[in-house]
Design a protein around this ligand. Structure first.
Ligand code: UDP
Ligand code: MG
Length: 327
């Protein structure tokens, strides 16, 4: 029996615009209208990939209306997994050689997409949109974001985490292949994108106000994000604890010796010595655990700037991405 193909076959696009949506029935129509206008003007073939992150309002129905299986596709997650998981689904299912993440609430204006593509065409692998005016964000959001980047830039090892860059960005073929090669469960995409490196450009923009509805961001989410980010990308807290315990151990040892010499040694000196000795033990276990964690993740030790996969995905409009995929 012949299988029915609901959607026409089309060569893979060069660019996938990944749009996570959660309870966004009020913003999707306006976003879709604006983004489709922009896509028509783009010099590269493009698909829009909506991800419904387990919404229970009219989001899924709206998206089903828009999907055509080629220029507009949709993924429906089985429940609300959070924005990072929705973006990860986008990475896994995008057919484009490059992708752009954009929020559906119109805080990230779709009209800026051509500018991002332009920098990609100029040879940048990652184009980060950097908010220079956060007019659309509440005071709490601005303060918490500042605190987050302040902590992260000091604690995270060798990862470029530019301030005020969130998920609105373009990721070219090389970093995309690198991120896909990382077979790990870390949900901190911005950290992974910074970690893989490649030629990056920061393009300033003014963040707009939300078109409708309200932010799903809360204090618990921020704390969770900060803890996850540090655990995924830094062993510095462990190292700080190790050094502090070692310093405590050395000073308590000197204290005990001094008490012995002065003839005032008693059980309290012994207790302080034992406690600091145990701290050093716990720190050592922690260090080994940190090392094991790094091994378990099996992150590659490096990526080449010009991987063959990335090179063959041409961004010249006259070369179809289908040809690119063959190599
Ligand atoms: N979002 C999502 N899953 C969630 C929360 C949010 O896919 O659990 C989407 C949301 O629909 C929007 C984007 O992530 O497209 C940003 O969400 P929000 O506006 O709430 O965050 P903020 O802009 O305040 O950081
Ligand atoms: Mg928003």
């Amino acid at each position: 029996m012949q299988t029915l193909n609901r959607f026409p076959e089309r060569p893979d696009p060069l660019l996938t615009i990944v749009v996570p949506c959660f309870q966004e029935e009020d913003t999707i129509p306006e976003f879709h209208q604006r983004v489709t206008k922009v896509v028509k003007r783009l010099p590269v073939s493009c698909e829009i990939l909506y991800i419904d992150d387990g919404s229970n309002d009219g989001t899924a129905e709206l998206l089903r209306e828009y999907q055509d299986g080629s220029a507009v596709r949709c993924l429906f997650l089985s429940r609300n997994f959070g924005k990072e998981a929705a973006l990860r689904a986008g990475i896994d299912h995008a057919r484009g050689s490059a992708l752009i993440f954009i929020d559906v609430d119109l805080q990230d204006p779709p009209e800026l997409i051509p500018g991002m593509v332009e920098f990609w065409q100029k040879g940048y692998d990652v184009v980060n949109m950097q908010r220079n005016l956060r007019t659309g964000d509440s005071l709490f959001k601005r303060m918490s974001a500042r605190a987050y980047y302040w902590v992260m830039q000091r604690l995270v090892d060798k990862v470029d985490l530019p301030a005020d860059v969130s998920d609105f960005r373009l990721i070219g073929p090389a970093p995309l292949a690198a991120i896909r090669a990382l077979d790990e469960r870390s949900s901190i995409l911005k950290g992974m994108i910074g970690w893989v490196g490649f030629r990056t450009f920061e393009l300033p923009y003014n963040r707009a106000v939300r078109h409708a509805g309200s932010s799903k961001w809360n204090v618990a989410g921020l704390i969770n994000l900060a803890i996850e980010s540090i655990l995924s990308f830094s062993r510095k807290p462990l190292r700080i604890f190790s050094l502090a315990s070692f310093a405590l151990f050395v000073s308590s040892f000197c204290y005990m010796l001094a008490a012995l010499v002065a003839g005032s040694f008693d059980v309290h000196h012994l207790l302080v010595g034992m406690a600091s000795f145990m701290c050093v033990g716990v720190a050592m276990v922690g260090e080994y655990l940190g090392l094991t964690l790094a091994e378990v993740k099996r992150r590659p030790q490096y990526f080449l700037k010009n991987s063959p996969k990335a090179e063959c995905a041409s961004i010249h409009p006259s070369v179809s991405s289908f040809e690119g995929k063959k190599c």
